[in-house]
Design a protein around this ligand. Structure first.
Ligand code: ZN
Length: 145
């Protein structure tokens, strides 16, 4: 996948409003997601860095592209819809329509071990948004079985 080989918005920006480290020990994914909040209600930009498998990197790369400039509430909705899609839970029809490129990851639902790889960046972003809402600057997410 193109996004796995050439991830977008990859690399430590040097400074970020909120920094969240996310680990998935089952696979070895270890990433950091950087959120810049624009006024506390809108995502200014999202970047990520770290070492992760191709599914995790592709998911994170697409996530940074889909969430920049969006309101926190909109990102919450997208995150829920994405996680529903890859876990095979029912997603609301209107949300799925917004998915676009993210649908490329829909196939991971057939591989339970890989679902955590695809959702890890989104768990990190959920945590970053929660931190931003509370005025915090750091978070840590660890996905276990
Ligand atoms: Zn992985």
């Amino acid at each position: 996948m193109d996004h796995a080989r050439k991830p977008r918005n990859f690399g430590d920006p040097g400074h970020a409003g909120v920094t969240v480290r996310a680990e998935n020990p089952m696979c070895g994914d270890d990433i950091t997601v950087y959120l810049d909040a624009d006024g506390g209600e809108k995502v200014g930009g999202v970047r990520f860095s770290g070492n992760a498998c191709s599914i995790c990197v592709a998911s994170a790369s697409l996530m940074t592209l889909k969430t920049g400039g969006k309101a926190f509430d909109e990102v919450d909705r997208l995150s829920k819809a994405f996680q529903s899609m890859v876990t095979g839970a029912d997603a609301a029809g209107e949300d799925v329509a917004d998915m676009g490129d993210l649908r490329a990851l829909e196939g991971v639902r057939q591989f339970p071990m890989r679902v955590k790889c695809a959702t890890l960046p989104w768990h990190a972003l959920d945590d970053a948004l929660a931190a931003a809402r509370k005025g915090e600057t750091e978070g840590h997410v660890r996905v276990d079985t």
